[in-house]
Write a protein that binds this ligand. Sequence first.
Ligand code: ATP
Ligand code: MG
Ligand code: MG
Ligand code: MG
Length: 365
Amino acid sequence: KKIRVAVVFGGRSSEHAISCVTAGSVMAAIDASRYEVLPIGIARDGRWVLPPADARLAISDGRLPEVDGTGSALALPFDPDAPGLMVVEPGEVPRALGGVDVVLPLLHGPYGEDGTIQGLLELAGVRYVGAGVLASAASMDKGYMKLIWQACGLPVGPYVMITDREWRLERDRKLDEVKQLGRPVFVKPARAGSSMGITKVTRDEDLAAAIEEARTHDPKVIVEAGVEGVEVECGVLQGVADGPTEASVPAEIVMLGEHDFYDFETKYLDGTSRLEIPARLPQDVVDDLRATAIRAFETLDCEGLARVDFFVTPDRRLILNEINTMPGFTPTSAFPQMWAATGVPYGELVDRLIQTALARPLGLR
Ligand code: ATP
Ligand code: MG
Ligand code: MG
Ligand code: MG
């Protein structure tokens, strides 16, 4: 009997479209002789649907794909005697979708990469690929991520968090704190991805507007001191069985165009960056980077997979930028490319992630 894999994509975050692209590539690579794939879309408004079979899941002519909400609606029964999703068609009796063996939550950003859907799956007693509730939530929030890394002695740069309450009630004090970081700074939504809502600020008078821009994505904002150096990423995989956590060959991000940093357009649309794999770094720096990536993964209690983003300063110090518990996963994304260069090709990578999730015990672990 085939293993039934539900692939969940789209979602409520600003990274909806990127999730669709990721899902399209992963579904194309899943071995159909061993797995039965059940695509489940989440529209931007949060509705769950069985998307039409011909839904476009790639970027074409610069147009981003989406789950538009058409297709049969899905609902949770919240009934312990009727586990699993129900298909709800107008005028028809809801029918059970049937059980799934494992869920691939290919969602980026809030309501997907942040522990919320992981909590839902824990409650439902369904196995899933990737980080659990705590690791997802802590890794989504750039403030808590850094707090945990700092506490564990891992290298992070200077930053200031600004909660919604602080911005509303103590704006001037927070702006003074931010000014201590020097220039430039990077103003970011605390919980987002794909560079959404991020502004590089070089002048004090532009700070408030950048913070307001980040706040359109997340009421919690982080302002980080700009780090000078090369950007390098590293893929991490949970070990096989009880084996050790593994780190990939690192990738270096090479900026080609006039963009100031690795922003959304550079990442996905205009081809103004490329990946150099392996990164052009001395062997001792690479060894340190891989070991640090593994510690960054383990200190956050991650499972399955993650991509750890670093800066390597001109004097060859490592600074952790962030971790992504569900990194971009198209064949041209950094995570699969780094693993391919490490000896794990795309299809095998997807297979390994599903198998790791299937082998994981349910409940507290
Ligand atoms: P993703 O999840 O897609 O990797 P993200 O939205 O979580 O991205 P970051 O990776 O934190 O955002 O930042 C996006 C980009 O902004 C970085 O790849 C880098 O080019 C630039 N950047 C972010 N923070 C800094 C910093 N402190 N110093 C210098 N550059 C930075
Ligand atoms: Mg990120
Ligand atoms: Mg991300
Ligand atoms: Mg990043």
